[in-house]
Design a binder for this molecule. Sequence first.
Ligand code: PMV
Length: 320
Amino acid sequence: MSASAPGKVILCGEHAVVYGHPAIAVPVTSVAARATVKGRRVAGTEIVTPDLDEQWLIDERPDHPLSTLTERTLRTLGHGDKQALRITLESTIPIASGMGSGAAIAAALVRGLGRYFAAELDPALVSRLVYESERHYHGTPSGIDNSVVSYGRPIWFQRSPDGAAPRIEPLPLAESWTLVIGDTGLRAPTRLTVGAVRERRTRDPQGYDALFAAIGQAVATIRQRLLSGAVAGIGPLLDQNHHYLQAIGVSTPELDRLVLAARAAGATGAKLSGGGGGGIMLATANAAAAPAVARALRAAGAARVIVTEVAAAGSGSVLV
Ligand code: PMV
């Protein structure tokens, strides 16, 4: 029995989202994590990760986040007693690149176990279990990754000011569109870029808050366009969002080079995505122009390029 979960990117609103403004994240279905769950003859539940060449019994490594998640999921499913299972986890999602690989592996594992026991789990429950697991890795994850990979849908995400649960709404897109993602190949931990922005903001709170508010405005307009079928109109707003991210100091020459190359090759809009300081950028393009944008990104030095379609609502679930 197997189940998958997609990667994700933040389409717009990163960094401002830390200060209470909205962000939109979308699934990246051309990469995925997959969990295959099978019974085995001997007792004990084993996790196998062929990509990492690792294999362990959850009783032997009870503190491993994936062991804890497996135990918790089995309990939630009412099968907490000793099991004899082999869970194989594979993923094509680049790791540590802001594409949600940890959350997707966790979501695939939870859904795979659900399917093995003939339970199609509610995305909200999958998301909650993944969030609890992500806390092991990240301390206080924002909740974006677990939401978008568990729903397999674009989501609107906004933290509540009083520390209560964030507002998370799946966004039913009016039309599908193509996204081209370029990876600089450089890694910058999100924790560090978020910390650096916080530090700079203490020196210029008004300037930074105005930029965050402007990002929030752009995100709200992008949402309207996505919902009303005016997707072609989001490009200039993504460009604007990139400009604001440059102003808060999270872009780099490598990211700017890829953003400019994408625009020059016919992208309708381009921006860095996620924490910045390295990492990835994204561009929107009509389907005909996407191959040229992908080529231009490779020529401009992208270590990896991923092209994906963000599906309209009603075009079937991306969760298989
Ligand atoms: O690239 P990611 O998925 O780590 O995105 C980071 C997004 C930030 O807004 C910069 C941080 C956050 O916690 O929301």
